[in-house]
Design a protein around this ligand. Sequence first.
Ligand code: ADP
Ligand code: ADP
Length: 226
Amino acid sequence: MSALTIRNLKKTYGNGVEALKGIELTVEKGDFFALLGPNGAGKSTTIGIISSLVNKSSGKVSILGHDLDTERALAKQKIGVVPQEFNFGQFEKVFDIVVTQAGFYGIPASLARQRAEKYLRQLGLWDKRSNQARTLSGGMKRRLMIARALVHEPDLLILDEPTAGVDIELRRSMWDFLIGLNEEGRTIILTTHYLEEAESLCRNIAIIDHGQIVENTDMKSLLEKL
Ligand code: ADP
Ligand code: ADP
């Protein structure tokens, strides 16, 4: 069973834009996978569909064997998503944001607080736990979203441009953190438009352009070709 299977996935937005024109993708369990492509290629749309934020037009998506059409609730338990935009309440406190998210997954309050502490510590945000989210720097907000996405300990973590707008130093430490998660056995998929980021982190890669997968290979073969 694969971590993610996408078959002939299509999306046409209400304004007529054909964002996805038949995506085919398989990501195996334990992989560290990059979806690379220029702006407008369809990366966020793909992530949006996988994370149930965007409705697909047609096609099949399954997450660890759970079809999104027929087993959506189970599929959602298995994934953590770090979207590109900061989508938490700006006046909410850091600790509460993570604990509240755990509640959505039915995690009991005491365990939720324990997990929130664990991930906020790992991401260097424990000192900021009582601060309102709006007071954090961009890099801290990004890390807060990662902590929030991990609180239900998903098998598959999906990050949409995780280091966009993050400075070099923090980027390195985020990379190290993601490598650690992958070494623990979590499957990681990230989107990026930096080949360097994909190269530093990922074993396998798909390149998306104009809503289609134009390349799908292991990183080593891709680099030999370039
Ligand atoms: P859906 O196919 O999910 O119904 P819509 O076409 O209704 O999507 O658009 C959803 C939202 O995205 C709307 O609020 C719309 O204004 C906004 N939107 C429209 N065009 C774009 C675009 N090119 N990029 C980002 N957001 C857009
Ligand atoms: P990427 O993440 O690779 O930059 P997107 O998935 O955001 O690409 O966008 C793919 C295409 O769909 C683009 O042409 C974009 O303008 C369009 N698009 C994205 N979101 C919406 C939306 N909500 N409504 C209409 N068009 C959209």
